[in-house]
Design a protein around this ligand. Sequence first.
Ligand code: SF4
Length: 472
Amino acid sequence: MKKIALPQLIPQNICLKCDICCRFSEEFSHWAPYILKEEIADFSSEKIFPFFIKSYGINLNLKKEKDLFICPFFDLSHHRCSLYPLRPFDCQLYPFVLFYNQTYTGVVLGIDLQCPYLREIEREYLLNFALKLKEILEETSTLEMIYQNPGIIMSPHPNFQPLILWDKLNKIIFGKNLGLKIISLEDREIFKQFFMKKNITFSYAFEYLYAWKDIAYLLWKIIDKELLVFWKQKDDFFLLLSPGDALSLPVLSFIKNFLGKEIIIKNIGEEYLNFFKKNNWELKSEGQEYIYECEKIATLEGKDLKSRRWQSNYFYKHCLPRVRELKNEDIAECLELYVNWAEEKRRKNRPPYYFMLIEDNFFAQRRLLIDYVKLNLAGIVIEVEGKIVGYSFGYPLNEEEFCIFSEITNLKFKGITPYIFQEFCRKLKNYKFINAMDDAGLENLRRIKCAYAPLRIRRLYSAKYIQGEGFC
Ligand code: SF4
């Protein structure tokens, strides 16, 4: 990528004397420098990103240094950035930051008041500098680049002071005055109430939707008492959650208004297909979800599960595992396991589509693990000789059904997959059903999921309609 050189508000000699930047209090700090997807290739020789990171920007992994976590490019002995002239866009932008306003209905260009130098600058000067900066960002097609990197836009924070509401960027993300909001942790209760009332019959819950927030814009609004959640990412733009058969006129006209000519609605359950069939929408099968009886997996009893039971016992007898609750401190080790698991798949020569899924899932898992406590997720880890060799976590869908969002294991251990599934179901004995989500259209995954004798399979569909082709 052609390096963008942004004008700097703070002179370099002042920055070098400061002891705030480039050091962080948390390992997975949201303040960690964000590398745009366009910048990832610049770091390929450093081998700091897993091999599958290609399509999205990501925060740098920080290094532990005494009580702090530091940027891997921070040279502690000389107290400076070791790649200063080539430092990422995010670092060049600082102390300016991009963040959502308090209502998550717009993006703001503002400043981070933690930068001590800002106390010496007059607001008017700052504002003029910000306007100049915005002009440059808009001129250099950086606007499109920022849009393609949703992870660079931060949540509002008490230390952030807004300067300019960025109209041009907001129009691209939010459309024109439609009152849509970006999903945030604060929306959890509203979504929960809605899902409960609506009795949604598949794995989508707030947690699932929130998981993708670093790689896509998840926009929502309630129209005519229906919760509409849109997915906006590069060229992918659709209604993620079908309002079922409740496509009232206000709902329909809102969807048309936002999505434009091509309307795509995903995750339509079989029970809602009639409306779409009647109105000539183009329907497509989008996979299926697997639901198991919790008690049955917890015991692995029965002839149909005999070989899984045998494998699980084999792992237990030969590896003497320890099972414990997944905790916040496990994030780094779990993500490392995920990367090793992906490496193992690479050795097996899977098709490119498979690695796109691995990449997308990495971001979703990372997000849920970072916000694990805030989201009140439940999970376990399996340890062998003090090292995590498997983890699994998820969230309840309702009082009866629990959704397992993730199950990752070190496949060198024979029998570990049925063992972790069984152990997690033992812990989830208060639930009647376990939803193991879909098979992403992968034949291998379909076979594995079927091998545990699902109680039910729920099929999901998408519907497409091109406006102006004779419907409503
Ligand atoms: S890349 Fe350089 S400027 Fe950016 S956080 Fe790391 S050390 Fe600091």
